[in-house]
Design a binder for this molecule. Structure first.
Ligand code: AMP
Length: 444
């Protein structure tokens, strides 16, 4: 199958050819004809599957072929994204696909001055990429009207809910014209996403390109058990041993990011970090420097790194496991993209065993563990598997105190020195369901 057989117009085919896209990815093959036919869409596709082109390319074609010229302070299509970085990235892709078309594109998001955005919107824009909060601000200040809107795209909808944007989405929903096309993309389909889809979509075509909730299989994943206090030391050791060149590292908190950046920089390692406390301009600069290989190690929180598309990123390291199991899939989706192979290494300490178990259950796999010599943990990480069970080793029986010879009676069972007590039931279910998307989370 080629892009031409999907019915795309020549200026789009030319743009895709310039970008080196030869054949449509599975999500593109399914989504493009459906969007061109005007259908609503509900697509389960994670980052790296080519989902951006799957919605953007047919959308550009529809906007070129149909509909009136854009009016002042209006947009004909709106793409909502959870983070500024993703909005920038989606906008960059859309602009590339639209390079031979007479359409205008623009991205708006918070963390930067609203005035230039208001000025730019005066002329109207065919495709507007936006984060929810800033979109609402612009709408309330009358800088943007949505009555001309033909198509709404919700990109990474699961993430928008994770980040607590459900109220914003409900507000935006009320601002939209009733007659429109809506395309919803989500890495995973939780019940909340299905509810959202039920409200926003009209008889959608459902597309699922990778098995539900299964991590990208082009990524080699393993775990290195280690004590919490030795994680940084292990990271430096592995980095030197593996001669890592470009690594994206995930830490749980902003403080964690800063602490690791300081530590690595202190050792003369070329590292930098991004998280929600840093101004947008700084985040973008660090990201650009990482993409151009001026920064070797980029340490990020989940929110800041969401949706990053860095070509051929060979390695992702989870310095901390994510609290939300689904974030693991998003994290490792930064590598092994577009058919390349990648590696994802998680440094896991005993405290994180429940998170590890939730990830294994969600991704339906038991992650391989590799002990690193000299870093074997003092606090053992209990065994886990894809069933969601944490297998605690039977405790060694306490030696009975011998008072006056013989063993001590222990609830009716004699335990003598040297004798092994019956093992406690060794399998203890920790959690039946992995933690994911059960409600709005605090914005990071
Ligand atoms: P996405 O899932 O949209 O973030 O895309 C992941 C990566 O795949 C991006 O770098 C795209 O430029 C690339 N890509 C998307 N579609 C294709 C295609 N049909 N052929 C080759 N690369 C593609």
């Amino acid at each position: 199958m080629t892009f031409a057989t999907l019915g795309l117009i020549e200026p789009l085919l030319r743009a895709l050819e310039t970008l080196g896209y030869q054949t449509p990815t599975p999500v593109q093959a399914q989504a493009i004809p459906a969007v061109l036919a005007g259908r609503d869409l509900m697509a389960a596709a994670q980052t790296g599957t080519g989902k951006t082109a799957a919605f953007a390319v047919p959308l550009l074609q529809l906007l070129t072929m149909e509909g009136p010229k854009v009016a002042a302070n209006s947009a004909r299509a709106l793409i909502l994204c959870p983070t500024r970085e993703l909005a920038e990235q989606v906008h960059a892709s859309v602009a590339e696909y639209a390079q031979h078309l007479p359409l205008t594109t623009y991205a708006v998001y918070g963390g930067v001055s609203i005035n230039p955005q208001m000025m730019r919107l005066r002329k109207g824009v065919d495709i507007l990429v936006a984060t929810p909060g800033r979109l609402i601000d612009l709408f309330r200040q009358n800088a943007l009207k949505l009555n001309q809107l033909q198509t709404l795209v919700l990109d990474e909808a699961d993430r928008m809910l994770d980040l607590g944007f459900s109220e914003e989405l409900a507000n935006i929903y009320r601002m939209l014209p009733k007659k429109r096309q809506t395309l919803l993309f989500s890495a995973t389909f939780s019940d909340e996403i299905r509810t959202l889809a039920g409200q926003m979509l009209n008889d959608p075509l459902s597309i699922e390109v990778s098995p539900r909730n299964v991590a990208a299989n082009t990524v080699k994943q393993w775990v290195v058990p280690v004590d919490k206090k030795r994680k940084a030391e292990l990271f430096v050791h592995l980095m030197r041993k593996g001669r890592w060149k470009q690594v994206l590292v995930f830490a749980k908190t902003r403080n964690g990011v800063d602490a690791l950046v300081d530590k690595l920089q202190g050792l003369g390692i070329n590292a930098d970090g991004i998280h929600g406390d840093k101004p947008q301009a700084t985040r973008q600069r660090v990201l650009d420097r990482f993409k151009s290989s001026d920064v070797q190690i980029l340490i990020a929180t989940d929110v800041a790194a969401r949706g990053l598309d860095i070509e051929d990123l060979p390695l992702v390291v989870n310095f901390d496991l994510p609290i939300v199991a689904e974030d693991y899939i998003h994290r490792i989706g930064r590598t092994g993209r577009a058919g390349n192979t990648g590696e994802a290494i998680s440094l896991v300490c005993a405290d994180e065993v429940n998170m590890l178990s939730a990830i294994e259950m969600l991704t339906r796999q038991t992650l391989i563990r590799k002990m690193e010599a000299d870093f074997e943990p003092e606090h053992r990480v209990p065994d886990t598997d894809a069933s969601g069970q944490v297998v605690k080793k039977p405790k060694k029986p306490k030696k009975p105190k011998t008072s006056g010879g013989g063993g001590k009676r222990n609830l009716g069972k004699w335990v003598d020195s040297g004798e092994v007590a019956p093992a406690e039931p060794s399998i203890k279910p920790v959690r039946k369901v992995p933690v994911f998307n059960t409600g709005p989370r605090k914005k990071k």
